[in-house]
Design a binder for this molecule. Structure first.
Ligand SMILES: *[C@@H]1O[C@H](CO)[C@@H](O)[C@H](O)[C@H]1NC(C)=O
Ligand SMILES: *[C@@H]1O[C@H](CO)[C@@H](O)[C@H](O)[C@H]1NC(C)=O
Ligand SMILES: *[C@@H]1O[C@H](CO)[C@@H](O)[C@H](O)[C@H]1NC(C)=O
Ligand SMILES: *[C@@H]1O[C@H](CO)[C@@H](O)[C@H](O)[C@H]1NC(C)=O
Ligand SMILES: *[C@@H]1O[C@H](CO)[C@@H](O)[C@H](O)[C@H]1NC(C)=O
Length: 495
């Protein structure tokens, strides 16, 4: 009798143990506990054309982990970028007030004093620092004064280098796509084996390209070595100053004023007044600036909607004639062949999205991008307005932008028909905007440590699989024992 009880009890106990093991392995611990409190971080992205405020959040108990920082909210500052306040520096600080007041509301009060606040300025301020370092310093002091008046943990207002901007954009994209490290489905950290994606950013005053490469990087200025989560990455990066959307438009206008009497990239039927000061006060147009011009003069310019002439005008922005390395993108800048997948955000996204959504044209190859651009450049102002009147302020410039993007990607970076389809034009990953801001915060708050730290303390992926299989086997053996026992019991009672 005792043996019979044992024969039933043992498999049952085994079964129970197996099930408990499986449950313990499969239920992520954080789901069992109460939802964790959040921590917050704020980054002001002071771009050349406008400033955006991003508030990020992450579970307080996972400060050093990854894959878990997401965008909590954002705010667009009204008016121009902080560099546009060169003649009224206090205005730069004042412009941020509305968004900072929103941050006071968005971040719970008890977290205010421990919430880091950063301001990073990009190419607009790099240009101002070139033309007038004193004005650039006044603008930075003004925003610093405003930011220190808020209850957050303000950690400085800085101008990012082009290299930082490129690398932090690359870090953001790969962090959000979980290419560095990822929270596994059974509650542990795993290092995914997929590679990283390249990042292309088109801002108002500069454009950046950043990607991992196994080729030699012939110009040390383009090489960045990163150590993230115990893994080494060698990244090529370059930032082209004066190749952002707004500066490109100014440079094209300066070229038109010099040579033509109508703008070939503007649609037929479009006409506007151009303030000469707006065109010429940028260091990006200094080579085309007439010796004498009236600062306040306006000139009326109309569009001629000529795709071929527009292409020629845009091609003058690129210099392919010299290269002191084995290969260059343009302007004598070294670039290894583009490889792998890419994500193209900011104005790259807006431009291609306009071709796809508003013009309803496909953009999956260099040929299609070229054809779509031509079709856009050939549309009259009237027809364009009928397509999207809400975009009126930017509508006339889409042809120039698309022509520029097409030449930058195809002739400049040399995306051919084989690799062009590996570009994803995308501005967000999940709910989080892709740009340098998140990568900047992650680095400055030490959330992407160079070493393994505690990420691999938990059993690694292989052992988890083995353990799960083991528990399943235990259950199967127990079931088999029960079955055998039931069988023999039956045959015994039959006798
Ligand atoms: C995160 O790392 C820092 C520095 O190593 C450490 O001081 C801090 O306690 C860690 N925080 C958590 C929640 O593990
Ligand atoms: C402005 O440019 C100078 C010269 O390149 C540089 O030393 C300085 O750090 C820049 N200013 C800021 C605030 O970055
Ligand atoms: C292209 O760059 C080279 C070297 O910097 C320069 O000599 C040449 O004048 C440039 N060409 C044009 C068309 O700007
Ligand atoms: C440009 O538009 C005109 C009508 O506005 C049309 O007749 C012509 O075929 C178009 N050309 C191209 C290349 O699409
Ligand atoms: C990240 O921050 C550290 C200092 O906290 C700095 O030394 C490092 O260069 C930064 N990384 C990048 C890519 O700029």
């Amino acid at each position: 009798m005792a043996r019979k009880v044992l024969a039933v009890l043992l498999p049952l106990l085994l079964c129970l143990a197996g099930l408990t093991g499986l449950l313990l392995l499969c239920i992520p611990t954080r789901d069992v506990r109460e939802p964790p409190a959040f921590k917050y971080g704020i980054v002001l992205d002071a771009g050349s054309s406008h400033t955006s405020m991003f508030i990020y959040k992450w579970p307080a108990d996972k400060e050093n982990d990854t894959g878990i920082v997401s965008q909590h909210s954002m705010c667009n500052v009204h008016g121009g970028g902080i560099s546009s306040y060169a003649e009224d520096p206090p205005g730069a600080g004042r412009s941020l007030v509305d968004c900072l007041n929103q941050a006071i509301e968005d971040v719970p009060k008890e977290r205010h004093s421990v919430t880091p606040l950063y301001l990073g300025a990009t190419a607009g301020m790099r240009l101002l620092n070139l033309t007038s370092p004193a004005a650039s310093d006044s603008v930075l002091s003004s925003v610093t004064e405003t930011l220190t008046q808020y209850p957050f943990d303000f950690r400085g207002a800085r101008i990012l280098s082009g290299q930082d901007e490129g690398v932090f954009g690359w870090i953001t994209a790969n962090y959000l796509l979980e290419n560095f490290i990822k929270y596994g489905w059974i509650g542990q950290w795993i290092r995914p084996r997929k590679g990283t994606v390249g990042a292309m950013d088109l801002g108002g005053a500069s454009t950046q390209i950043t990607f991992e490469t196994d080729r030699q990087i012939e110009d040390p200025a383009n090489e960045v070595k990163l150590q993230l989560y115990g893994q080494s990455y060698r990244v090529y990066t370059h930032s082209f100053l004066c190749y952002g959307r707004d500066q490109i438009l100014k440079r094209l206008l300066a070229g038109v004023l010099q040579r033509y009497n109508s703008h070939p990239c503007w649609p037929k039927g479009y006409q506007t007044k151009v303030l000469l000061k707006d065109v010429y006060t940028s260091p990006c147009t200094s080579a085309l600036r007439p010796q004498h011009y009236d600062d306040n003069a306006k000139t009326t310019l109309s569009g001629s909607g000529d795709p071929i002439l527009c292409q020629q005008l845009v091609s003058d922005l690129f210099n392919f004639s010299s290269c002191s390395f084995s290969r260059c993108s343009f302007n004598s800048i070294f670039q290894p062949p583009v490889a792998g997948n890419f994500i193209a955000f900011s104005a790259f996204y807006y431009t291609v999205n306009f071709l796809q959504k508003t013009m309803k044209l496909p953009v999956t190859s260099p040929e299609e991008l070229g054809a779509a651009t031509k079709a856009l450049c050939n549309e009259s102002w009237e027809k364009l307005l009928a397509r999207d009147s809400k975009e009126e302020a930017r509508l006339a410039d889409y042809c120039a932008c698309a022509t520029f993007v097409s030449q930058l990607l195809v002739q400049g970076y040399k995306f051919d028909e084989d690799i062009f389809p590996s570009i994803a034009f995308q501005k967000k990953a999940g709910d989080t905007s892709i740009g340098w801001a998140l990568g900047y915060m992650l680095n400055l708050t030490n959330m992407i440590p160079p070493d393994h730290r505690n990420f691999y303390k938990s059993t690694d992926y292989g052992s988890w699989v083995v353990l799960i299989l083991l528990f399943i086997m235990v259950i199967l053996i127990a079931l088999a024992m029960l079955f055998c026992f039931a069988h023999s019991f039956k045959s015994q009672t039959a006798i």
